[in-house]
Ligand binder design. Structure first.
Ligand SMILES: Nc1nc(=O)c2c([nH]1)NC[C@@H]1CN(c3ccc(C(=O)N[C@@H](CCC(=O)O)C(=O)O)cc3)CN21
Ligand SMILES: CC(C)C(=O)C(=O)O
Ligand SMILES: [Mg+2]
Length: 291
């Protein structure tokens, strides 16, 4: 028999000592402190989005240490065109499902558009709902310098915050979906945004659609981990939208996506096979019947 790799057996890798975020043997839920220690060790880690309990339980069993209940649920789960229409009620319901479907991953809940832009007090009220009603371990919000006061109050209040700079999709109507940080001035702004969220107390920061060299510089400069999406190979962590990564998203996916499966083809084939069996009268068979 061929040797199973550590990833296949679920055993920790040789250098993990049971302490690494991915492949560690811990059974308790991962905390933001574990995330900070991973940066000290120079360890890279994966993050995936999740919007429902069953999918989240699969990723939890696969050892994904951090899951984001992203407002990408807007286009990937709820049928909107963008993340802009997503409400805090919707995010609270989806985040609760993901928390209930998992036992080990740190669950981060996205604050949707309009739930924190009014100011720090609104941000605290919204984040408190995600923590109390859904049970998330941390929240994420978009914006660097412009959101630093929100981040400060949440952190002061005991809610860990993941920041999100570069392309911030909730501002699609103002900025479009374009690469951010190109050119000297934009690069300096991105560095200022990164430092602002670190100084405000964020435990990690998402860098979305920024040049790889700039993301590498931010990663070297900050003491908190960077989580890249379309930000090159040098960030401390990588995040992808799960429906993109598994080939379920219909239509065009962003250039930074790697598809590790084609669930759309698998599901289409299965749905057609079921339909053909029913039409032909070959399902159900005796073994599927009760008497
Ligand atoms: N399915 C899905 N995947 C995501 O990664 C994602 C969402 N939805 N929704 C929320 C945001 C929006 N994101 C997006 C949306 C579009 C592009 C896009 O069109 N990118 C172009 C490059 C644009 C340029 O070069 O300036 C691309 O071809 O990748 C990128 C990220 C990332 N997030
Ligand atoms: C793409 C990630 C970072 C996100 O914010 C989301 O999924 O909503
Ligand atoms: Mg988001």
């Amino acid at each position: 028999m061929t040797q199973l790799s550590a990833a296949q057996t679920g055993a920790p890798g040789p250098s993990s000592g049971g302490k690494t975020l991915y492949g560690g043997k811990g059974t308790r839920r991962i905390t933001v402190r574990d995330i900070a220690l991973a940066k000290e060790r120079g360890e890279k880690w994966p993050m995936l989005t999740a919007y429902d309990a069953m999918t989240a339980s699969v990723f939890d069993e696969a050892g994904i240490p951090v899951m984001l209940v992203g407002d990408s649920a807007g286009n990937c789960h709820l049928g909107y065109d963008t993340t802009v229409p997503v409400t805090l009620d919707e995010m609270t319901m989806l985040a609760g499902a993901v928390v209930r479907g998992t036992s080990r991953a740190l669950i981060v809940g996205d604050l949707p558009f309009g739930s924190y832009q009014e100011g720090p007090v609104q941000a605290l009220r919204s984040a408190t709902r995600l923590v109390k009603e859904a049970g998330v371990g941390a929240v994420k919000l978009e914006g660097g310098e412009r959101s630093h006061r929100q981040i400060e109050l949440l952190v002061e209040s005991g809610i860990p915050v993941m920041a999100h700079i570069g392309l911030t999709p909730q501002s699609v109507n103002a900025m479009g979906y374009r690469v951010q940080g190109r050119g000297e001035e934009a690069a300096q702004q991105l560095l200022r945004d990164a430092k602002a969220v670190q100084d405000a107390g964020a435990f990690a920061v998402v860098l979305e659609l920024v040049p790889a060299e700039l993301a590498a510089e931010v990663t070297r400069t900050l003491h908190i981990p960077t989580v890249g999406i379309g930000a090159g190979p040098e960030t401390d962590a990588q995040v992808l939208v799960w429906t993109d990564m598994l080939g379920l998203t219909g239509g065009r996916v962003p250039k930074f996506v790697k598809q590790y499966a084609n669930l759309r083809d698998v599901m289409t084939g299965a749905a057609k096979a079921f339909a053909e069996d029913v039409v032909a009268g070959s399902f159900p068979q005796e073994e599927h019947s009760v008497h």
